[in-house]
Design a protein around this ligand. Structure first.
Ligand code: AMP
Ligand code: MG
Length: 391
């Protein structure tokens, strides 16, 4: 049995050689940039006004000004500003020649003769200067960026309509267990519905990889062998659930060895998720997650997700929040790291979710994250701070 930190280290030592491809910029949402994106223009592309008002000379702001032109956004100014003159100008419009400030419309009034009078002693220039945000040729987005809505805006603004992104890993999913039936079926007798496969499909989709559901394998050596050997040819990563514990019919670890996988670990000092297997065969990585849905959910988030992101070309960082516990917490044994589902309250304190163990998937539906109870710790007092990971 190895520590959870060691397991994370081993997983993240895996090699990643993501390949790039082009995509439409709207479809690049959730993908990882495979090249820096360079601006093809200065931003702003011309000196423009930040406010609605009157473009004039700063040295002229105490005088009454004659309006010589109206400049809406999108129209180039035609007249040059001289003394005692101004042009009415709208936010985003180009500054006319001769002007070096824009008087905000809010601080002006029109005289009976139609001239403009400024009420204040001072005005800011209220000008956004050409290239002050970005210069043509600047890298506006870096390779390795996880593309969100704000990055899509940048792609659009620099005309990068077909950016290079990394190819998404294909992730094969296998459920093991004679007791499993698919969700459309009503379980009979000792059967239960297969929920893990669908939970995993959603978790994989959420981070932008391609889920490839293979099916349910019966708990026999033959069925386990056949389904994994098929999955090896079609996927970058294989995730199995179930069949990794000490039961008589838990065949996954031995079949992985038989198929030539190198087992990197098969037991972690963590709760839930002790019998988590990680193995590799050339460039194919395989996780054997415990069958209990909470274990599978949490270990995907803790161990599988960072690797999938790495294979996608993204350096994912777990963020640990230090938050106060809202109650006293105790446990009997302390030989494993506990990852306890918690709710984050409005006052930012955390409350462990009442849950009956790692089969109790409904408990996760009310959780905002998990708190870490380190090895050796049996008691944490109300108000003490705990490490929480949002998942
Ligand atoms: P195992 O790891 O195979 O010993 O399974 C541990 C527990 O998880 C058992 O109670 C299984 O019935 C349950 N389980 C295994 N696979 C799934 C699945 N795909 N969906 C829901 N529960 C499962
Ligand atoms: Mg099983």
């Amino acid at each position: 049995m190895i520590s959870f930190e060691e397991a994370s280290r081993i997983v993240m030592q895996s090699e990643a050689c993501p390949v790039k491809e082009k995509t439409g910029f709207i479809d690049s949402f959730g993908r990882i940039l495979a090249e820096d994106v360079v601006s093809d223009t200065d931003m702003p592309p011309f000196d423009k006004t930040a406010v609605d008002g009157f473009a004039c000379r700063m040295a002229d702001i105490r005088n009454e000004l004659e309006i010589i032109e109206t400049i809406p956004a999108g129209k180039s100014p035609e007249k040059k500003i001289s003394w005692n003159q101004c042009s009415k100008i709208m936010t985003g419009a180009m500054i006319p020649e001769g002007a070096d400030c824009i008087l905000m419309v809010e601080y002006t009034e029109q005289t009976a003769s139609g001239k403009i009078k400024f009420h204040k002693d001072h005005s800011a220039p209220n000008i956004c200067f050409k290239g002050e945000d970005v210069k043509k040729g600047d890298a506006v987005l870096k390779k390795g960026t996880l593309i969100g809505p704000e990055h899509i805006a940048v792609l659009a603004s620099v005309g990068s309509v077909e950016p290079f992104v990394f190819v998404r890993p294909r992730v094969g999913i296998i459920s093991t267990g004679n007791e499993l039936v698919e969700p459309e079926k009503k379980p009979q007798g000792s059967q239960i519905r297969n929920s893990n496969a669908y939970q995993l499909i959603a978790q994989i989709k959420k981070i932008g990889c391609i889920p490839n559901y293979i099916g349910i394998a019966e708990d026999t050596e033959d069925a386990t062998y056949k389904i994994i050997s098929r999955a090896m040819t079609e996927n970058d990563v294989i995730i199995l659930t179930g069949g990794v514990s000490m039961g008589d019919f838990d065949y996954v670890p031995q079949i992985l060895s038989k198929l030539g996988f190198e087992t990197l670990f098969e037991s972690i000092a963590v709760q839930p998720g002790r019998p988590t297997v990680f193995a590799k065969h050339n460039r194919v990585y395989c996780f054997g997650l415990p069958g209990n849905p909470v274990s599978s959910f949490i270990q995907f988030e803790m161990l599988v997700k960072p690797l999938l992101y790495k294979l996608m070309g993204f350096e994912f960082r777990h963020i640990n929040l230090k938050l106060p516990l809202s109650i006293n917490y105790t446990r009997k044994r302390s030989d494993r790291l506990s990852l306890i589902p918690v709710k984050i309250e409005e006052d930012s304190s955390v409350t462990p979710i009442i849950y009956h163990g790692s089969a109790h998937i409904h408990a996760m539906t009310g959780a905002d994250g998990v708190m870490f109870v380190p090895i050796g710790v049996t008691q944490i007092n109300e108000g003490d701070s705990v490490d929480v990971r949002q998942i």
